[in-house]
Design a protein around this ligand. Structure first.
Ligand code: MSP
Ligand code: ZN
Length: 671
């Protein structure tokens, strides 16, 4: 009997203010493959994740959309869960950090660490936006780089020259929220005394599963010296208040990793046989592994284990970091057309194909991996379909056609089968080490051997000889048994295809060892294609969808701005100053606001795609510019009787309402 392990596995909690993209999927796919592999080995796994729902960006995003943060994070959680299901991520539970379990755990950690003298207080200077009345995180301050003078750089680093600095050093800093210069304001904050845990952390690192490159980074950080860590934030903030402080909140990066435990706790409440407290115990029988991206190593290998140890709880057994996904060699970026949302991908291409492609690229190191359209096309068509699926369909057609789906009673060469199956040990070893690309290479070379076997034995020739019928049945039975081994090894990567194969072959779900016994004297079901080739059309369509994001609302303005119009054409437009007298959100419309505008001589109802940029209340009373003689358009939510004009950036993600200068009055004609 193999030793049965118990594993608690997490993926990093995605922020609840945007859709999942292919970079997120890399991480989910990696953790999911590893979990599914461990389960096939007979180990017990609990795989959990949830949304990271707190912090300034989420608060501001909700404000910008004119919704409450609670609504924003609830909607996002639904979308995230849908997406994860579509990519077959076999999480046991997906929760959120904004939950009572997490609040209670955060307070518990706070009290325990406090009792262990893990905190200290410090008064600090911070940039403050006096218009918006809030402290500004570094990302929300821009100015000129103090080193190279490049304009428009963030408060903590310069993209132009790579300098890292403090926001006070920026030249001519402004708040990105109000464009006003921030003032410096002091306040008293709670700091976690990380340096106290340096020795304990170093001891932990010697026993935990940490990649060599990560270890190297950690040693650099130790040499530079660890610093106290500010775990408090001033109001306004979206998060949990700190029990014994006035108007202060736990920093999101404190409550987010505790959120792993909150998710687990919520899960345990639904699973009577699991006792949450036992997981925290330094002697817990569960190993704890975190899958993360390379950008959040510091949080997971220094802060988080130190926080756990300081509270008297068990640290992780290992942290597995991966590199970043690039698209055609470029960083993912909306403006460059290299930002692929998971949902957009799936409108054009197969989720399981992404799983296969990502697996074929992933290794146990933290190098970036690239999504390359040509490479993807070849890997799916030449390897997955050309080698694997083809083997199944070749053999199936003989067994179905000539032998009524009946497999032979014995294999032509049992030794050869055993040798083939023995490759499973090396493949398992690769999965265990997260060397997935190497596992895929071994599996594809085994697929080559299987295809060679069929090619050598030429069943299509033998079938024409009446005395060779049994031989054909045996050869194709061997072929199908080799295929069964291949799909068993690929089951962590292609769970849906494996399930389809199990139904087709009429067998129980395969585990790692079930192929030790060949499948003989057995009737299989009719074959249905397991996967289709990727078409160039599908790839082109995805590329197009990515480079030209759909505009938030259909507009009737002429698209071609290069063509000239006569003055008479322009005169056809009746542009007028209008006053917004009512504004509300529209049930079921993500981008629209329903406005009532007054022209002095009459009122109009207008549906405008400006919800992402304006809160309805903020619009009431404002003057703006409309196209007054546009034919009424019937929309799903009602009739729109005019059009509001806005300025927009290229992606139409940011919008600005036009306003006439002071003194203009509703109904005035614009010419
Ligand atoms: N909310 C934090 C994590 C808190 S964990 C207690 C966060 N969220 S995130 O949405 O920005 O990223 C979630 C995970 O996706 C991180 O592990 C991050 O490294 C990973 N990735 C985000 N973009 C990625 C790529 N382009 N490529 C690969 N992984 C990437 O960080
Ligand atoms: Zn610079």
């Amino acid at each position: 009997m193999k030793h049965q392990r118990k594993l608690l596995i997490t993926s990093a909690l995605p922020y609840a203010n945007g859709p999942l993209h292919l970079g997120h999927m890399v991480e989910f796919i990696q953790a999911d493959i590893w979990t599914r592999f461990q389960r096939m080995q007979g180990h017990t796994c609990i795989y959990i994740c949830g949304d990271d729902a707190h912090g300034t960006p989420i608060m501001l995003k909700a404000e910008q959309l004119g919704v409450t943060p609670e609504d924003l994070i609830a909607d996002t959680q639904k979308l995230h869960q849908q997406e994860l299901a579509a990519f077959h991520i076999a999480l046991d539970h997906f929760h959120t950090t904004h939950c009572p379990e997490n609040q209670q755990l955060c307070e518990q950690f706070y009290q325990l660490i406090k009792a262990n003298h893990g905190f200290t207080e410090q008064t600090i200077n911070q940039a403050f936006d006096s218009v918006k009345q809030m402290f500004l995180p570094d990302r929300f301050i821009k100015g000129q780089c103090p080193r190279c003078q490049a304009p428009d750089q963030y408060g903590d680093h310069c993209d132009a020259c790579g300098a890292i600095y403090d926001p006070e050093e920026l030249i001519n800093p402004v708040s990105v929220l109000t464009q006003t210069p921030p003032v410096i304001k002091t306040s008293n904050h709670v700091f976690f005394q990380l340096p106290r845990y340096q020795q304990a952390l170093q001891a932990w690192l010697n026993t935990a599963h940490i990649q060599p490159e990560v270890n190297h980074k950690l040693n650099e950080w130790f040499e530079q010296g660890l610093k106290n860590w500010d775990i408090s934030r001033d109001q306004p903030y979206f998060g949990f208040t700190i029990p014994d402080r006035t108007n202060q909140y736990f920093y999101v990066w404190l409550d987010a990793p505790i959120g792993y435990l909150a998710t687990l706790k919520h899960f345990c409440q639904q699973q009577p046989h699991l006792k949450f407290e036992t997981f925290l115990d330094p002697d817990s029988e569960f190993e704890l592994y975190h899958f993360i991206g390379k950008d959040i190593i510091y949080f997971h290998t220094l802060f988080w284990p130190a926080i756990l140890m300081s509270a008297g709880y068990r640290p992780p057994s290992g942290v597995f970091a991966h590199g970043f996904l690039t698209i055609s060699g470029k960083k993912m970026s909306k403006s460059r057309g290299t930002f692929i949302e998971a949902q957009i991908y799936r409108q054009h291409l197969e989720p399981e194909h992404l799983r296969y492609y990502v697996a074929s690229k992933l290794s146990d190191n933290i190098q970036d991996i690239d999504f390359n359209y040509d490479d993807y096309f070849n890997k799916i068509n030449a390897d997955l379909v050309g080698k694997l699926v083809n083997l199944a369909s070749r053999c199936a057609s003989f067994i179905e056609h000539y032998f009524s789906g009946q497999l032979a009673n014995s294999l032509p060469d049992l030794d050869q089968y055993q040798q083939f199956v023995n490759q499973g040990n090396a493949i398992a070893d690769c999965y265990e080490r997260r060397a997935f690309s190497q596992a895929i290479r071994l599996i594809m070379s085994a697929a080559d051997q299987a295809n060679q076997y069929i090619t050598q034995h030429q069943p299509w020739k033998l079938i024409k000889q009446t005395d060779q019928q049994q031989m054909v049945q045996a050869i194709c039975t061997m072929g199908l048994n080799l295929f069964r081994a291949l799909i068993t090894w690929l089951k962590p990567v292609l769970p849906m295809m494996a399930k389809q194969v199990e139904q087709w072959l009429n067998i129980e779900p395969v585990d790692w060892d079930s192929i030790n016994q060949p499948l003989l004297h057995h009737t299989i079901n009719p074959y249905r294609p397991l996967s289709e080739r990727v078409t160039t059309k599908a790839i082109t369509n995805l590329k197009q969808a990515v480079t030209q994001p759909p505009s938030p609302q259909p507009t009737n303005l002429p698209a071609d701005t290069s063509s000239k119009i006569a003055i008479a054409d322009f005169a056809k437009l009746d542009l007028r100053v209008a006053k917004i007298i009512a504004a509300e959100t529209v049930e079921g419309a993500d981008t629209l606001l329903k406005l009532t505008v007054d022209l002095g001589y009459e009122q109009r109802q207008v549906f405008a795609g400006i919800k992402r940029a304006y809160q309805p209340e903020a619009l009431i009373g404002r003057l703006t510019v409309i196209v007054a003689n546009l034919a009424p358009r019937n929309m799903r939510f009602g009739t729109s009787e005019a059009m509001i004009l806005v300025a927009a950036n290229a992606s139409k993600q940011s919008l600005w309402l036009l306003a006439p200068d002071q003194g203009a009055e509703p109904g005035m004609r614009i010419s």
